[in-house]
Design a protein around this ligand. Structure first.
Ligand code: SAH
Ligand code: SF4
Ligand code: F3S
Length: 469
């Protein structure tokens, strides 16, 4: 008998999950809700009402993990209030900070009951039972339940299938993790340590989850992975299937209208995936393809294992396959040893590529990564100045990209009522928010919309026809 079968039938308890970091954490938080549902937990949006609070944490930059400790400070007060009122609040720390600093969290924040890494979510009900077993103990005798092992078993196979009612709440778009972990070991990055080695889910599992989401009303799926285009899941015959081939298989599922994937590494943009962009209209022409730096010297020190020229040539090939392709990227400024010239090279590659949007960060030393051993740190003030200049450039590119959409007609997935009465809102193929006059009947489908203007961070549209074919 599994833990799932002996789920207690008690009054619902409430779980509040706060999610930090990347979309994979967003997906994982939903799966934790799914894993807890058979055990009588329902989600709440109010931490003060929660019997269980989970922080799903991110370790990618220093600030990300510091946020967790300040949140724990705030939760300690809430926990005290609930206990004073005769109730209780269990606190768990999940995610990448938990994986990297399990023992440290338990030491620094003794009111934490559970600490568990991204590979342990399917064991959450067991861990909770263990922590609850300590409830009667004096706080000084309690010990946090810590699970930061990288198990051999497949956590996805052990997580319950997404519940329909939970899925519906997710709306018209959904994330689907197909690949986890990373073997690339870029010298600045903690992901290979927090998420472990690269693992791909089997094709049948992915297709089944996609079908379930579509049955529940999802129209657009974003495939997730830290290195999603390194996906190589096994099919029923034991053959390796890459992301390109997976896209063709997903495209055959009736009802799936849009497909995206993120995050990709330039080294894994293979011919099959580029061909999928050429052949599959449902594969959106918007690609997040981080380059981090435009300096070959820095790219080498980062262990990205490609040059700026190779990146530009790759973009060329992708645009040949899908001419309406737009790009987004990630950039790090102030990697150890980055000179003014290296930084200028980064601005140059941004100008050459032309991004629809971009995320940019100051380099943050992560303990345990090869970057942490480099001594030529860039001054904080220099990093700030470079970040500012870079953001000015990419913000201008984003504005230009929005402006270039005016006058075009594009399919918009209408998702919700708009900000103003009589308006509805949705997303363009490029993930831009689009607002237009229209009835709520439009919600739930893709409609052709003429873009007639821009406003801050969004587009203004006009309905072209009743419904797209
Ligand atoms: N797998 C993705 C990136 C995942 S992390 C890739 O290979 O591109 C998301 C982004 O955070 C990275 O693209 C990088 O720009 C940024 N990042 C990662 N580690 C960082 C660090 N130590 N300091 C600053 N930014 C970092
Ligand atoms: Fe981190 Fe590099 Fe892996 Fe991306 S490819 S997750 S940046 S190690
Ligand atoms: Fe952060 Fe972990 Fe994602 S470190 S970016 S939550 S994989």
């Amino acid at each position: 008998m599994t833990e799932m079968d002996k789920a207690p039938q008690t009054a619902p308890r409430r779980v509040f999950i706060k999610t930090y970091g990347c979309q994979m954490n967003v997906y994982d938080s939903d799966r934790m809700v799914d894993a807890l549902a058979p055990h009588g937990y329902v989600p709440t949006q109010e931490p003060g009402d929660a019997d269980l609070v989970l922080l799903n944490t991110c370790h990618i930059r220093e600030k990300a993990s510091e946020k967790v400790f300040s949140e724990l400070g705030r939760l300690k007060e809430l926990q005290g209030e609930r206990r004073a009122a005769g109730g209780d609040m269990m606190i768990g720390v999940a995610g990448c900070v938990a994986q990297a600093e399990g023992e440290e969290i338990a030491r620094r924040a003794p009111m934490v009951d559970l600490v568990f890494g991204p590979q342990a979510y399917h064991r959450l009900p067991d861990m909770l039972a263990q922590a609850e077993g300590q409830r009667h103990l004096h706080p000084s005798l309690k010990k946090a339940v810590i699970d930061t092992d990288f198990p051999e078993e497949d956590k996805f196979a052990h997580l319950p299938a997404a519940k329909k009612e939970v899925t519906i709440k997710r709306g018209l778009t959904a994330f689907l993790t197909v690949q986890e972990g990373c073997d690339k070991f870029c010298s600045f990055c903690v992901v290979p340590y927090t998420r472990g080695a690269e693992v791909s889910r089997p094709v049948a599992q992915v297709l089944a989850e996609a079908r379930g989401l579509i049955e529940a009303g999802v129209k657009e799926i974003t495939l997730l992975g830290q290195n999603v285009n390194a996906y190589h899941g096994l099919d029923a015959g034991g053959r390796d299937v890459g992301l390109g081939e997976l896209a063709y298989l997903l495209a055959e599922i009736p009802g799936l209208e849009r497909l995206r994937y993120t995050t990709s590494h330039p080294r894994d943009m293979d011919e099959a995936l580029i061909a999928a962009h050429r052949d599959l209209p449902l594969l959106m022409p918007y690609l997040h393809l981080p380059v981090q730096s435009g300096s070959d010297r820095i790219l080498k020190a980062m262990n990205r294992r490609h040059t700026s020229a190779e990146y530009l040539a790759l973009i060329e090939r992708i645009k040949q396959a899908r001419p309406d392709m737009a790009l987004s990227g990630d950039f790090i400024v102030g990697f150890p040893g980055e000179t003014d010239q290296d930084f200028e090279d980064t601005l140059t590659i941004i100008r050459q590529t032309g991004y629809a949007s971009a995320y940019s960060f100051k380099y943050s030393t992560r303990p345990g990564t090869p970057g942490a051993t480099l001594t030529e740190q860039v001054d904080e003030a220099v990093k700030t100045e470079r970040l500012h200049r870079l953001q000015e450039l990419v913000n201008q590119q984003t504005t230009d990209f929005h402006a270039s959409c005016v006058g075009k007609t594009m399919p918009v997935l209408i998702e919700r009522v708009g900000r103003m009465p009589g308006q509805v809102g949705g997303r363009s193929p490029y993930l831009q928010a689009v607002h237009l006059e229209g009835s709520t009947d439009l919600i739930g489908a893709i409609h052709e919309v003429e873009i007639i203007g821009t406003s801050t961070n969004s587009l203004v549209g006009r309905l072209k026809q009743a419904a797209a074919a």
